[in-house]
Design a protein around this ligand. Structure first.
Ligand SMILES: [Zn+2]
Ligand SMILES: [Zn+2]
Length: 324
């Protein structure tokens, strides 16, 4: 019997449904887990995604793409297979893709996390025979604090900087992490948070989806003598340049990412790091794999050597997909 999903140079392919999941090349039919750039390509013939990621996908796809939005949990037939999307808890609309053919079920996780996150739908465990799991942090050293605790730390850091008259610049990815911080801060902060203008279309998408974000103001292009005294600014990492932030006066920089739990923030040019990840840590990966009940595990994204060894030791059939 042919495998439900196979690997090809363009990514994970479903022969019976004639589609690719998160393709790395332009393909006729793409099923996309979420709107991060490493999970789709421009110029595919048609796209399928979850309904709540459709608006984000339209923002990121050029031209007028043929895009079919499918509600979480509803089943559609693509040629000879049944496909459905299930929340992955990574960013707004992020999905796991369930593919069923001849009674056999595969689930492709996309990126996912189990930590509570007010800015997106919570992860759903989907029972399957084969689970294709991301393994970005598939190492025992990856262990995250709950996001709510990290939000408190961010708020304390901001208050402390404010007391000494400094502007706090917190760098974070513009789609997903930035809105997670705004959602987490909405109940903690007592004033507006400045955001880089690149974040505005994404913030609007989140607000339209009913996600409550802290009140925001766009960083003005020119300050014209004004000061942003004691402000918190959220900006994408590409603006970690003195030419951009010098005008704010006395500043402190930080980065919010899972990598800050494993690497020194100063190595990356930030004065401080907050370990805030939208990927599963070691414990969440192992727990999720167990809960799916899958006997066959395929790992991808990241170095999964440690995870593969651990799972093989537990009697599972495990191997890695080729990395892009
Ligand atoms: Zn992602
Ligand atoms: Zn990714």
């Amino acid at each position: 019997m042919k495998s439900v999903l196979t690997e090809s140079s363009a990514g994970i392919y479903c022969p019976a449904g004639n589609f690719y999941i998160d393709p790395r090349r332009r393909v006729p039919r793409a099923v996309v887990t979420h709107a991060h750039m490493d999970h789709f390509r421009q110029g595919c013939g048609e796209y399928y995604c979850s309904s709540s990621s459709a608006e984000l996908m339209r923002l990121r796809l050029r031209g007028k793409p043929k895009l079919t939005a499918i509600d979480f949990g509803s089943r559609v037939a693509l040629d000879d297979v049944t496909v459905s999307f299930h929340p992955a808890g990574h960013v707004l609309g992020s999905a796991q893709v369930r593919v069923e053919a001849a009674g056999e079920v595969w689930v492709v996780s996309g990126d996912y996390k189990r930590d509570q996150d007010p800015s997106c739908e919570p992860f759903e465990v989907v029972p399957c025979d084969t689970f294709v799991t991301e393994a970005t942090f598939g190492r025992k050293g990856a262990k995250w604090k709950p996001g709510g605790v990290v939000m408190g730390e961010i708020n304390d850091w901001w208050r402390e900087n404010r007391r000494s008259g400094k502007v706090s610049i917190l760098y974070c990815y513009v789609l997903g992490k930035l809105q997670r911080i705004l959602a987490g801060m909405s109940s903690l902060c007592d004033r507006e948070i400045y955001v880089h203008r690149d974040a505005v279309p994404y913030n609007e998408c989140y607000r339209r989806a009913g996600i409550e974000l802290a009140p925001t103001v766009v960083v003005p292009r020119k300050l014209d003598g004004r000061t942003l005294d004691g402000a918190l600014i959220l900006a994408p990492p590409k603006y970690l340049q003195p030419s951009w932030y010098r005008r704010f006066g006395d500043t402190v920089t930080a980065f919010a990412s899972g990598w800050m739990g494993l690497e020194d923030s100063r190595k990356h040019g930030y004065e401080k790091g907050f370990t805030l990840s939208d990927h599963a840590d070691w414990g969440q990966l192992v727990k999720t794999i167990e809960e799916t009940g899958a006997r066959n595990i395929r790992t991808h994204h990241g170095d999964a050597t440690e995870l593969n060894d651990y799972l093989a030791g537990r009697g599972l059939d495990v191997s890695s997909l080729n990395q892009p």
